[in-house]
Design a protein around this ligand. Structure first.
Ligand SMILES: C[S@@+](CC[C@H](N)C(=O)[O-])C[C@H]1O[C@@H](n2cnc3c(N)ncnc32)[C@H](O)[C@@H]1O
Length: 330
C-alpha cells in the first residue's frame, strides 16, 4: 500500500514525528533531495534514524515514494514542502540530529536572493532546530555559493566547523548525487561543508503554530451586489504578510474573495466568504476550500478585507470579531 502523500500544509504544526514514524528515533533531514540517491544512502547508513526528505518538485516526490516502497525504506518519509515552511512550522527546537543540503539551487540573480536556502533567517532556524551536537552538512559546486555560505557559517556562533579549512573538496564514503556526478563529469570543483551544533544559545525561532480560524460578524446597509460592484483588486503589505485581493465572485447568498497570502514561511491562496446571515447580518470567514491554515497572514487578510468593507459605508458596524487586531468598538 503506498503511503499517503505528506504535505507541510496538512501535517500538524508541530508534527509528532515519533507518532508519524511509529517509533522514537533520531531525526535526519535532507532538504531538496532531487532524484533521492542521498536519501537511499541515509536510509542504509542510519537504519536506527527516522529520515525525512523535503522537496517542492512533485516528480521527485513520486520517484522517492516509489523507491521507498520498492526498496522497503521504512525509516524514510518524504514531504511536499519548502524547507522554510517545514523548518518553521513542523519541527520543534533542538530536535534534529542531522541536516543535509546537497547542491541547492543557487538563485544567482540578486532579485531572487530571498529564495536561496543559505541565508541568515533559514540558517538561524536550522541552528535552532538542531539538537546539541547535531550535524549540518552542505555541498555545492558553485564557488560563489560556497563563498557566500562560508561567510554566513563563519558568522554563526551556534555552529562549529568540523573541517580544518572552511570547506573540503572531497568527502570520502559519500554517495554521489545526480548534481554531484554532473559536476564531476564536467570537471567542476565541489565544496563540502561540515558543522556541529555547539552549546552556545541558538537564535530564538519559535515554532509557528496555527491560530484559531478568523471569523467576523457585522451589520450594514449594503447588499452583496453593491459590495461586489465596489470591488477592484488590490494589494497590501502588513507586518505579517503580503496580501493580494484578486477577485470577487458571486454565490447565491454569498461573495467569495479569492485572496493570496504570502508570508515569509509559506504562501497560501485562500477564499474568504462573505455570507448573509438569517436576520440580515453578515459573516466573513475563511472557506475550507483547499484546507487553508489559520496563520497570522490569514488573520491579516480577513482584517484587511473587513477594513475595506467598513470603508464602503459609515454604518457598517462590527458585532463580533475572532480576528487578531480587529475588535468591535466598545
Ligand atoms: C539542484 S537540485 C539538487 C538535487 C539533489 N540534492 C542532488 O544533489 O542531485 C535542488 C533541489 O532542491 C529542490 N528545492 C529547491 N528549493 C527548495 C526549497 N526551498 N525547499 C525544498 N527543496 C527545494 C529542487 O526541487 C531540486 O530538486
Amino acid at each position: 500500500m503506498p503511503l499517503p502523500r505528506l504535505n507541510s500544509l496538512r501535517l500538524p504544526w508541530p508534527t509528532n514525528w515519533s507518532e508519524l514514524f511509529g517509533r522514537e528515533a533520531p531525526l535526519i533531514l535532507e532538504i531538496g533531495f532531487g532524484k533521492g540517491q542521498f536519501l537511499q544512502y541515509l536510509s542504509r547508513r542510519f537504519p536506527e534514524a527516522n529520515i525525512i526528505g523535503l522537496e517542492i518538485s512533485n516528480r521527485c516526490l513520486v520517484m522517492a515514494e516509489n523507491a521507498i516502497e520498492r526498496l522497503g525504506m521504512s525509516n524514510v518519509r518524504v514531504i511536499h514542502s519548502t524547507a522554510e515552511t517545514a523548518l518553521h512550522h513542523l519541527f520543534e527546537p533542538a530536535t534534529i540530529s542531522q541536516i543535509h543540503i546537497n547542491f541547492p539551487d543557487p538563485w544567482f540573480k540578486e532579485r531572487h536572493s530571498k529564495r536561496r536556502l543559505m541565508q541568515r533567517d533559514t540558517l538561524d532556524v536550522m541552528v535552532n532546530r538542531l539538537e546539541p551536537g547535531g550535524l549540518f552538512y552542505l555541498a555545492t559546486d558553485i564557488l560563489a555559493y560556497a563563498e557566500m555560505s562560508a561567510e554566513l557559517l563563519a558568522a554563526t556562533p551556534g555552529l562549529d566547523n568540523l573541517l580544518p579549512d572552511r570547506w573540503a573538496h572531497s568527502m570520502p564514503d559519500r554517495v554521489v548525487t545526480k548534481y554531484e556526478a554532473a559536476a564531476a563529469r564536467e570537471g567542476r570543483d565541489r565544496y563540502y561543508f561540515a558543522y556541529r551544533r555547539n552549546s552556545l544559545p541558538a537564535p530564538d525561532v519559535p515554532v509557528i503554530k496555527e491560530l484559531e480560524m478568523p471569523h467576523v460578524v457585522f451589520s450594514g446597509p449594503l447588499t452583496l451586489n453593491e459590495i461586489q460592484a465596489a470591488f477592484t483588486p488590490w494589494e497590501s503589505s502588513t507586518g505579517e504578510a503580503v496580501l493580494h485581493f484578486i477577485d470577487c465572485y458571486r454565490g447565491r447568498d454569498s461573495l467569495l474573495f479569492e485572496t493570496y497570502v504570502n508570508e515569509p514561511t509559506l504562501e497560501q491562496r485562500i477564499a474568504l466568504i462573505l455570507r448573509v446571515r438569517r436576520g440580515g447580518d453578515f459573516s466573513l470567514m475563511v472557506s475550507p476550500l483547499g484546507h487553508p491554515r489559520a496563520t497570522a497572514g490569514v488573520h491579516a487578510a480577513v482584517a484587511g478585507l473587513m477594513r475595506w468593507l467598513m470603508s464602503l459605508h459609515p454604518d457598517i458596524k462590527l458585532i463580533d470579531s475572532k480576528v487578531r487586531n480587529l475588535a468591535p468598538e466598545q
